[in-house]
Write a new protein. Structure first.
Length: 259
């Protein structure tokens, strides 16, 4: 069973291709369960997400596609939601979807994974930045609002790393994820970024396994040709950490399937 739950649409203003393009690519790659989780609307950084007025159209479009392709592939509906206190909206958090991915893309409203703002790293205390990032992931997990943790160690995207072992910095976040019974995604997008590796690292994935945290898989595709990107490598990484099952969601309920 091949599951891929984190993929985008042109509604986020930085992805290309139609829903049908993504779905046909998923069918060609042999994906069994394919999820759209486009960037949810928010009253911050609005250039990189759909507007609130598009939510119903987005949800209806994905559901209609799910019906059309039901004999060939299972389609899931979700949102990727930025965890940013003061900017999250109940229209998203209570939307009738299969799952919500909680992601941290901002530290004190600094978009740390946006190349436009990469200069902030040059004179920064990297250990402090990483600690603040994982503190935000921990708070996101403790909020109880989300089903899946998006790209756990996204902070490594540009390969700015503190000296020494980063595992202690992530312990609190992983403990909170386990306590919240959230699922952790293995995300292939890191292989397309300067860091050149998946999210999360094998070390963090092993820590997640030790805590009984479930996993799922994500291409994080913003173009149809990225669908299923390095899925075999993601599966191998999960197996190396001890996993044999992956999570699927329907109506905010989780089930585990062998991969």
């Amino acid at each position: 069973m091949t599951i891929d739950l984190h993929n985008h649409t042109p509604r986020c203003n930085h992805a290309e291709g139609s829903l049908d393009d993504y779905i046909r690519a998923a069918i060609e790659k042999g994906i069994d369960i394919f999820g759209f989780a486009d960037h949810a609307p928010m009253d911050f950084d609005e250039r990189y997400r759909m507007g609130f007025e598009e939510m119903r159209e987005y949800e209806a479009e994905v559901r209609e596609a799910a019906d059309r392709y039901q004999d060939r592939i299972t389609i899931r509906l979700g949102y990727e939601v930025d965890y940013l206190p003061g900017h999250m909206d109940d229209r998203v958090l209570k939307a009738p979807v299969d799952y919500l991915i909680g992601s941290v893309h901002f530290i004190d409203e600094w978009g740390f994974d946006n190349p436009e703002f990469i200069g902030h790293y040059e004179n920064a205390d990297l250990e402090k930045i990483w600690r603040e990032y994982f503190d935000a992931v921990e708070a996101m997990a403790r909020s109880g609002l989300f089903d899946i943790v998006g790209h756990l160690d996204l902070i490594k995207v540009f390969n700015y790393r503190p000296e020494g072992d980063i595992r202690p910095l992530a312990e609190g976040a992983l403990d909170a994820i386990a306590a919240a019974e959230m699922t952790l995604e293995l995300n292939a997008a890191g292989w397309r970024k300067p860091v050149g590796e998946a999210y999360p690292s094998l070390d963090l994935l092993r820590m997640a396994h030790d805590r009984g945290i479930t996993v799922t898989f994500a291409s994080d595709a913003h173009q149809p040709q990225q669908v299923g990107y390095k899925m075999a490598e993601l599966h191998a990484l999960a197996r190396e950490a001890g996993y044999r099952e992956a999570a699927d969601f329907r109506n905010r309920k989780r089930r585990l399937l062998k991969f």
